[in-house]
Design a protein around this ligand. Sequence first.
Ligand code: ZN
Length: 354
Amino acid sequence: MLPHLFIFCVFFCSYDAKLSTAASAGDSLLGNALATSGVTTVPRWGYREKADELTPLTWQVQYPVCGTGERQSPIDIESNAVQVDRGLQPIRFTNYQVEPVDAVWQVVNNGQVVQLSSTGFPKTATPGLTDGSFNADYEFLQLHFHWGASDDLGSEHVIDGRHYPIELHIVHQKVRDTNPQDSTGLTVLGVLFEVAPTGSAQAVQNPNFQLLMQAVGAVVDPGPSINMTLRGFSLDDLLPTSLKGSTMYSDAYYRYLGSLTTPPCSETVVWSVLKDHLFITEEQMQTFRRLRKRAGFEGPDNRLSGNFRPVQRLNGRIIRMYDPSGMIMTSNPRPGFNRVFPSWWRLVEYPRNG
Ligand SMILES: [Zn+2]
């Protein structure tokens, strides 16, 4: 198993494994089985104070890096502290418009997030991205969401103290990576969504995004991964419509070095958070909010909503920004240039792959 896949499976796959064990034992109440069976000897990690699960403040009991790490995620991105970095380049997407064979995706509510992946991408056309800033290729691993019970909370990344109701993470793994300690072994694209006001132009449903919502609505209760045919759905449906059919994201994004936002909080992630948010409709938001943490229970305490980690300390990290307007100016230097790009930009060369 690839090292980073293993890291992700520590938390993304463990629930499935436990459920499989319970299922093979003939227990039909899978969620209840997990909660009470003693299949696991470690406390389950989660987000809310409950006797049987660790909360973000206590994840470190079982996963030390969550507490001792120096480059943890998410963070509050304060725009007045962000540094425009001329060395950053647009994100180049590869095969983001490609659908898996027979359009089959694996969809899972693992009791912590809802996640989509696919084993059906052609070997020669797996979606991915290239970050020209450090010359590395990454391929798509999975995508998932974090969200809140109300519109004022839910995203993991915070912009100038503002939370968004939901955040998408598209996770990629470095191609040909063999070192699980690689500090840039994973790259995650973070996209923030706002709920579109009723009646607004943004409230018109994106038909391809609706395919995703079919998948989300099919896993209200946690359980093993299911196969779903989502004909017409590809990763570029989740990005700004201006990017549809394009291979390059040329709008502004934030860049920093961080970690997984879930245990084991491995510090192996290059984060790119798009500066501009997208919109989701109220109806789509409610589809997320109906998802349950455990099967067979109803009520607010059993909602997945609230599955976001609080922001972490920067510890001196620099948050860089790719700014296309700045790029235009750098291509045509003129007197006064250094007032726009002061001397620090020369000092913030992006770390190369180690
Ligand atoms: Zn995430």
